[in-house]
Ligand binder design. Structure first.
Ligand code: KIV
Ligand code: ZN
Length: 389
């Protein structure tokens, strides 16, 4: 499966599968349908809607998402056995564009679990990918723990999967072990050395155990990957998966050095981030890139002053690009006169310089007692002052 635009990167969202595997992040059926609809509307290319054999609930959710989806390809996960693959197909077959994603752990540690020899596993991969391809034209195959799999064996099994009909080869960094240069080289070498690699799309699927998931995913794209697997808010097991919002905003903001594009409407990011946080019960950390409460907030006087003069002084993205109405100027003990004047102006107060000086003293005294001074606090302070406005 070759793409027409060589710089287009497909966004594969797995919030509803890998994200939901996060302990405690379970979502209800209705919540999953709602998130899937938001993903579909925002322009995600492939939605991994669940693991159909895992439970009746997962099967029902994947089937419904497949029926409701208007644009995205709908994918389900299946282990490397016919029963899983058949169940997955039963759920995704309703989609306008269905995909079966089948996987098996190929590293020495993972091979030991089903206790298969290298040859036995190679045969299993051939048989299961062939079976999936007989059901569906669109088959993704993943060697789980690829980044800790012996190079020669990885090359061999990727070749087998391609031969058996896989259309996407996903290279998971299951335990977040790789580093950017290695991630790029791995994809580059697979594309260069595996026969038939030019006929499939290579995907990257990174976990964030060392905080490098976004960097590793972007490096994989530099190496030739054209599908990035990610989740909203980076939801996922342990330290999570690559965060969708980081990928699409990095590609948008640094298009000068990373000339790849996605089909995602970034103005929908904040809304879906909040919905995923609410339904999963996983609050977003305040300083999380792109979607954290503080990502567009400024408290220090120097920053606020700079922001009031020119937003680009301390912001590389416009809040509107991610669906926020405005930058958040947080009033606290580090804030300066310029920010106080601007806040008061917005609240309808025009102060002369001596009046502002008086208010500033009162404001600082309050800010020393409170973490954040809200608009209501400023209005109360104005009422309590002798300042005539
Ligand atoms: O992290 C991983 O290896 C996975 C696979 C199932 C693709 O999530
Ligand atoms: Zn994963």
């Amino acid at each position: 499966m070759t793409q027409t635009d060589p710089n287009r990167v497909l966004i594969f969202d797995t919030t509803l599968r890998d994200g939901e595997q996060s302990p405690g992040a379970t979502m209800t059926h209705e919540e999953k349908l709602e998130i899937a609809q938001l993903l579909d509307e925002m322009g995600v290319d492939i939605i991994e809607a669940g693991f159909p054999i895992a439970s009746e609930g997962d099967f029902a959710a994947v089937s419904e998402i497949a029926k409701q989806s208007q644009n995205a390809t709908i994918c389900g996960l299946a282990r490397a056995n016919f029963k899983d693959i058949d169940r997955c197909w039963e759920a995704v077959k309703h989609a306008r564009s269905p995909r079966i994603h089948t996987f098996i752990g190929t590293s020495p540690l993972h091979r030991a679990i089903p206790d298969l020899t290298m040859d036995e596993m190679a045969d299993r991969i051939h048989d299961t990918v062939t079976h999936a391809r007989n059901l569906c034209d669109n088959v993704q195959w993943s060697p789980m723990d690829a980044t800790r799999t012996e190079w020669d064996y990885l090359k061999r099994v990727v070749g087998i999967a391609i031969n058996a009909g896989a259309t996407t080869i996903n290279i998971p960094d299951t335990v977040g072990y790789t580093a950017p240069e290695e991630s790029a080289d791995l994809i580059r070498q697979l594309i260069a050395e595996v026969p038939g690699a030019e006929d499939v799309i290579f995907a990257t699927h990174c976990h964030n155990d060392l905080g490098m998931a976004t960097a590793n995913s972007l490096a994989a794209v530099a190496g030739g990957a054209r599908q990035i697997e990610c989740t909203i808010n980076g939801l996922g097991e342990r330290a999570g998966n690559t965060a969708l919002e980081e990928i699409v905003m990095a590609l948008k903001v640094r298009h000068d050095i990373m000339p790849w594009s996605t089909g995602v409407d970034t103005t929908r990011i904040m809304n879906i981030s909040r919905r995923v946080a609410t339904v999963s019960g996983f609050a977003v950390q305040y300083n999380k890139a792109i979607v954290g409460k503080n990502a567009f907030a400024h408290e220090s006087g120097i920053h606020q002053d700079g922001m009031l003069k020119n937003a680009e002084t301390f912001e590389i993205m416009r809040p509107a690009d991610v669906g926020l109405t405005e930058t958040n100027i947080v009033m606290g003990k580090h804030s300066g006169r310029a920010a106080l004047r601007s806040k008061l102006n917005n609240l309808g107060y025009e102060l002369a310089d001596n009046q502002l000086n008086d208010m500033f003293v009162r404001f600082k005294a309050l800010a020393d007692r409170k973490k954040e001074v809200f608009d209501e606090d400023l209005v109360a302070l104005m009422r309590d002052t002798a300042v005539e406005v």
